[in-house]
Write a protein that binds this ligand. Sequence first.
Ligand SMILES: [Zn+2]
Length: 231
Amino acid sequence: MQKHTPMVKYHPDARFLTDYAAGCLPASQALCVATHLHYCPLCRLKIGELTELGAELFMQQQPVKVEKAALEKLLARIQASPQSPISPVQAEPSVSILPKAVNKLTSGNLERLNWRRIGSNFRVSRLNVGDKQRETSLFCIKAGGHVPHHQHKGDEITVILKGSFSDHEDKYEVGDFIVRTNGETHKPVASQDQDCLCLSTLDAPIVLSNWLLRFGLYLFNLGTPSHQTAA
Ligand SMILES: [Zn+2]
């Protein structure tokens, strides 16, 4: 049977891609870009080109004389530094399995995560990716269900891992990289045929319109992340 790469419509912009290629993105945003790359051959190609360009620019630099002691000190620091939890190496595209970066964080078993239910159709599990400035989670919307109506107070990136959802603007499918900014209000609704699983990271809490759900989210925020940073 022929494998089909999902049709990805929404991509990270040039800033995300160049910062990712340069290794400058915060861990949670790098995780979202790496997850998108798993599904998107176009952006994998762009990352390859950016990496080549970076190497070319590096080669054009005028050589500078470095003292032997300073070079040895630098090499020792590189060897001693811990590896980044998010590797910029891209996974092979596949629609049947989750991206490697997500599998690593969840130990490949989503049901073992600590899921918190918010409303009847929505559940969230926080992930610890080692980025204290942002909250990173997996969330799941039941088939035909919706995320409670909410407003963003900061930037949010969402990448769809399974299923699809729609809001007042469009329908979003597996691999789509969706950015919401401060002040935007929306109410995503999952498609009827299957549950929708997403990865998201946000740099400020969302505000729910319904006070009962707001209380639920408050309790959720008091909880501890379900998984520790992957090695
Ligand atoms: Zn892309």
